[in-house]
Design a protein around this ligand. Structure first.
Ligand code: F6P
Length: 447
């Protein structure tokens, strides 16, 4: 069997706490089950650009990492990846900024990745490149004479061409994706957006490029087992004890403006205003680990959330009740699954999201005999599959506030029925199906 080589901006090194997000979970599962090589940035900055690629090996997986310089990090990661591509791909064009030096840095780091990866490749390898940081990588690898099949998967949304066109190098982004043997997206809507972009850039003369929708899933049985086991652990028991019998709504998101937290907090405040009788009966726990916090837009959103929490708690809290518990710390995955199982309502309201695995995890973590209800943004990829959720538009504060009331009031039989339908959907397209589907399609692209 050919060796699997995964490439991503950041990799999850053994013995480090898992990086948050679907990419880390998905690649780790594919690598653990298939073995192979995972290449990427170490997460460290270093002035020495000539340091050799660091190789470690664990459980059949080889990890190869390189450091970046401060300038590469600033231009490539903070600049082009997370201040140009990230907001634009999430349709948040007011947050989009562009600087040609960032783009130069992006190209330079992709060239560096290719130069460092190429010597590690073997003839029978299958190369799988992940996410928006590395769109030009196939072109760079081909220029170095790499002939092995190369697939690309985008974990975030792909924007419609009319949005992508804000980017001065939009056509290059589209052209670079044609160098892959297969380009995978989370949803068919993303795939259609890319195809519309291709048609625009090549004006009817587009090269043949294989595309597909491969919605990422979760390891359903692993989450069920983790959530069940976590209920007997100290952190989960303490959290439940702290509720003093009150009902719980939970949100778990990286602290990112695309997650719609400011809007969610406003909607919750509105819910409290309109539902005085429920006020002291429930608690909203929001876990939001800090992310990319050296980027200005992220420190601003952090401040806005601190103010919003202070406002709501200042206005509604009592000596023995706080309406919002807002935490910036991260928890082990199992503990989070236990928190979710203990909640009556899960709230996931991104302004746009490629998939959102928290929504899927919330469903799998529930007790099927008495499951919680899920409130889910129509603008998350997961909404295409989880139609048993209470679907909301995250900008519609009145709608979200009403959904919170409806979710807490939902009768048991309805919760059970919605949960069973969603769990079946999760099992149809789980994490294993995701990577097997993608790898099978790479093989089919290059028989
Ligand atoms: O898919 C979204 C993504 O950007 C992944 O590429 C990444 O692993 C995750 O979010 C976390 O982001 P970062 O590596 O920038 O902290």
């Amino acid at each position: 069997m050919s060796r699997l080589v995964c490439v991503s901006n950041r990799i999850t090194l053994p013995r480090r706490t898992a990086a948050p997000g679907g990419l880390a979970v998905g690649v780790l599962a594919a690598m653990r089950d298939n073995g192979g090589l995972w290449f990427g940035w170490s997460g460290e900055l270093s002035a020495d650009t000539t340091a050799p690629t660091a190789i470690t090996e664990r459980d059949g997986v080889r990890y190869a990492t390189i450091d970046l310089t401060q300038m590469q990090y600033d231009r490539y990661y903070k600049g082009f990846c997370n201040t140009s591509l990230w907001p634009l791909f999430h349709y948040l064009s007011d947050r989009f900024r562009y600087d040609h030096e960032w783009h130069d840095g992006y190209l330079a780091v992709n060239r560096l990745f290719a130069a460092r990866l190429a010597p590690l490749l073997e003839p029978g390898d299958r190369i799988w490149v992940h996410d928006y940081h590395l769109i030009p990588l196939a072109r760079e690898l081909r220029a170095l004479g790499v002939t092995q099949p190369i697939g690309f998967f985008l974990h975030i949304p792909f924007p419609h061409i009319e949005v992508l066109r804000l980017l001065p190098v939009a056509a290059e982004i589209i052209r670079d994706l044609t160098h892959y043997d297969l380009v995978g997206f989370q949803t068919e809507a993303d795939e259609r957006s890319f195809r519309a972009g291709l048609a625009r850039v090549y004006a009817g003369d587009a090269p043949r490029v294989r595309t597909g929708a491969f919605p990422i899933g979760i390891d359903v049985d692993a989450v069920i087992a983790e959530a069940g086991a976590a209920m007997r652990t100290d952190p989960v028991k303490r959290m439940i004890g702290g509720l003093l019998g009150r009902r719980l709504m939970i949100g778990v998101d990286r602290l990112d403006y695309s997650k719609g937290l400011v809007e969610r907090f406003s909607a919750y405040q509105r819910f409290l205003e309109r539902n005085a009788e429920l006020r002291r009966k429930l608690i909203y726990l929001q876990i939001a680990p800090l992310s990319r916090d050296d980027i200005q837009a992220y420190s601003q959103i952090r401040q806005a959330l601190e103010q919003a929490t202070g406002r709501t708690n200042g206005r509604f809290a009592d000596t023995d009740w706080t309406p919002i518990r807002y935490l910036n710390k991260n928890f082990p995955h199992g503990t989070l699954m236990g928190f979710m199982r203990a909640a009556q309502v899960g709230i996931v309201t991104p302004l746009r999201d490629g998939m959102n695995l928290v929504a899927k995890e919330f469903v799998a973590a529930q007790d099927p005999a008495d499951p919680g209800a899920l409130i889910l943004s129509s603008l998350a990829g997961a909404a295409h599959e989880l139609d048993g959720a209470v679907i909301v538009n995250p900008y519609d504060l009145r709608g979200v506030a009403q959904a919170v009331a409806a979710a807490f009031a939902m009768p048991l039989a309805e919760r059970q029925q919605r949960h069973a339908a969603m769990l079946a959907a999760l099992r149809r397209r789980d994490l294993h199906a995701w990577y097997r589907g993608f790898l099978g399609a790479i093989d089919a692209a290059r028989p």
